[in-house]
Write a protein that binds this ligand. Structure first.
Ligand code: 5AD
Ligand code: FES
Length: 346
């Protein structure tokens, strides 16, 4: 076996120059080898089981203007929507019937969906579905607000750091947003007791190999429960509309590296990965990922939650995605597990 891959597997970490070597020697042979090792490690942790999370994209209003994102406030062409509480509860009911035991509430940083409303919603879901995990993906909030969400019954929080390099962060975000605050939010969430997920886009505009090395170093030090990575895909109504998309190969390589670094982590094969390649999600699982996150949002709003162009599944009902994913996983010898899929495993 390649010495650096062997070291990564044994020590679950590498020095910066070794990470860099892996990323710069991204050959088909190396990818095959690392993917094989990552798959073995993932199978040791999770067998051939894939956890499933129902994603409810409940609002695409956002006060931020991240330069890569299709729902940034500066995109006047976005068709804005916000689901009502009862529509969100309907999504949960449908999800529960489809065996989902984790609901992921994701939205832009929508100032008109108040903290009080959010707390009420979380409490309602918690009371109605005591056996389900509630995951939030609501961006940066005050520590007090995170505490209220946790007390109301939320268990997990997804907040990608996006890039761990200060000057790269500035190239992707307006000056109101800082890497420092993002990192502080992640630490606070962890401290409060959330299972925390972070991550970044592969091939985001201006990203260098050194930036990715810093992402890996940061992720190792944070030691998150979940890691979401997917290729950057340009959106036509953003400043980065002409930037190149991230590649399948590099995303798969990074999934494998992350799996070897964090054998127990929950790593999704993301929708973005399925968007750049028709078999992207299957390949992600085979490279060491162990989670899929089908969409539970009503079909009427799906096209409007457009972070990037050509997103898959925007015309499919939740039940169709559920069946489709089961078949896709069976097609590669895996099966979807319907329990909560906590970390560490219970
Ligand atoms: N391409 C791929 N991923 C994107 N995200 C936002 N915009 C894009 C894009 N154009 C990702 C960000 C964010 C997550 C919800 O979606 O990493 O954290
Ligand atoms: Fe949505 Fe396949 S997962 S149609």
């Amino acid at each position: 076996m390649n010495k650096i891959i062997a070291k990564l597997e044994q020590q679950q970490n590498l020095d910066r120059d070794e990470f860099k070597w892996l990323l710069e020697n991204n050959t088909a042979e190396l990818r095959t080898e690392i993917s094989r090792r990552a798959q073995i490690i993932a199978n040791e942790s999770f067998g051939k089981g894939v956890y499933v999370r129902g994603l409810i994209e409940f609002s695409n209003y956002c006060k931020n203007d991240c330069y890569y994102c299709g729902i940034r406030c500066g995109n006047e062409k976005a068709n804005r929507y916000r689901l009502t509480e009862s529509e969100i509860m309907d999504c949960c009911a449908m999800g529960y019937d489809l065996d989902f035991r984790t609901f992921v509430l994701q939205g832009g940083e929508d100032p008109d969906f108040s903290d009080d409303q959010m707390v009420e919603l979380i409490s309602k879901i918690r009371n109605k579905y005591p056996d389900c995990a509630i995951t939030l993906s609501l961006g940066e909030r005050a520590t007090e607000v995170y505490k209220r969400f946790f007390a109301a019954g939320a268990n997990r929080y997804l907040l990608r750091h996006e890039t761990a390099t200060e000057d790269h962060y500035k190239k992707l975000h307006p000056k109101e947003l800082s890497l420092e605050n993002r990192k502080a939010c992640l630490e606070n969430l962890k401290e409060i007791g959330f299972q925390v997920g972070t991550g970044f886009m592969v091939g985001s505009p201006h990203q260098t190999v050194d930036n990715i090395v810093e992402d890996l170093v940061f992720i190792k030090s944070l030691n998150p429960h979940m890691i979401g990575i997917g290729p950057f895909i340009p959106h036509q109504h953003t400043p980065y509309k002409d930037a190149k998309a991230g590649t399948l190969e590099e995303t798969l390589l990074l999934i494998s590296i992350l799996r070897l670094m964090l054998p127990q982590a929950l790593i999704p094969a993301t929708t973005a990965l399925g968007t750049i390649d028709p078999n992207g999600r299957e390949l992600g699982i085979l490279a060491g990922a162990n989670v899929v996150m089908p969409n539970l949002s009503p079909v009427s709003v799906r096209k409007d939650y457009s972070l990037y162009d050509n997103k898959i599944c925007t015309g499919d009902e939740a039940a169709e995605c559920r069946v489709c994913l089961s078949k896709r996983m069976e097609g590669i010898g895996y099966e979807i597990l319907t329990h909560r899929g906590d970390y560490p495993q219970k």
